[in-house]
Write a protein that binds this ligand. Structure first.
Ligand SMILES: O=C(CO)[C@H](O)[C@H](O)COP(=O)(O)O
Length: 218
């Protein structure tokens, strides 16, 4: 089954608790939480305090995507706040292996993230250590952007590597995912689809989630 991870970046922050309960009842698998620092990406969003506030509202997996220049400084805070998965950008981690170990030592699943222009070769040495690889299909920082289809090549490469090396990491794709782009992502090998505006921009979240969840699987 393909997992759907609504990104709360597109939620109504004045009613965040209602938005979380709504996607929970609508069949979401993860709550995707984008933490941005105004330095690694040109936007400021969510910190550990918000993750802590969300934690008692749902038993869904809290999938935290750190778009921070120095993620090592904040991993403990996000883990203690209740994150289930913490993902860090390869472009932001000069000591990626150490950062991934730091996440795992906190008892949290570890993910590595690639920007659209980053080659898969940059994460090959860490793929046997991670639970998830997040392929950005837009340049990170904002919701509502157009899907960059050249990133499908990376998804295919990650899926091929997973198969040929008998690994189990999830392949998550984030940015411009909707009912039509979701099909190509899953055909390429993605197993988790992040969707912000395609879920929170719709009134009926059950229908929105089901229209994004393709039935086919590679
Ligand atoms: O990480 C992100 C932006 O950096 C968001 O999760 C992503 O853009 C989701 O929004 P949308 O589905 O509207 O493209």
């Amino acid at each position: 089954m393909i997992k759907i991870a609504p990104s709360i970046l597109s939620a109504d922050f004045a009613h965040l608790a209602d938005e979380i309960r709504d996607i929970d009842q609508a069949g979401a698998d993860y709550v995707h939480i984008d933490a941005m620092d105004g330095h690694f990406v040109p936007n400021l969003t969510i910190g550990p305090m918000i993750v802590k506030a969300i934690r008692p509202l749902t038993e869904l997996t809290l999938d935290v995507h750190l778009m921070l220049s120095n993620p090592d400084l904040y991993i403990a805070n996000f883990a203690e706040a209740g994150a289930d998965i913490i993902s860090v950008h390869v472009e932001a981690c000069p000591h990626l292996h150490r950062t991934i170990q730091l996440i795992k030592e906190k008892g949290v699943k570890a993910g590595v993230v690639l920007n659209p222009a980053t080659p898969v070769s940059s994460v090959l040495p860490i793929l046997h250590e991670v639970d998830l690889v997040l392929q950005m299909s837009v340049n990170p920082g904002f919701g509502g952007q157009t899907f960059i289809s050249s990133t499908l090549r990376n998804i295919k490469e990650l899926a091929d590597y997973r198969r040929t090396h008998y690994l189990n990491y999830e392949i998550e794709v984030d940015g411009g995912v909707n009912a039509s782009t979701a099909v190509e992502c899953v055909e390429a090998g993605a197993t988790v689809l992040v969707a912000g505006s395609a879920v929170f921009g719709e009134k009926d979240r059950t229908q929105a989630i089901e229209s994004i969840r393709p039935t086919l699987r590679k």
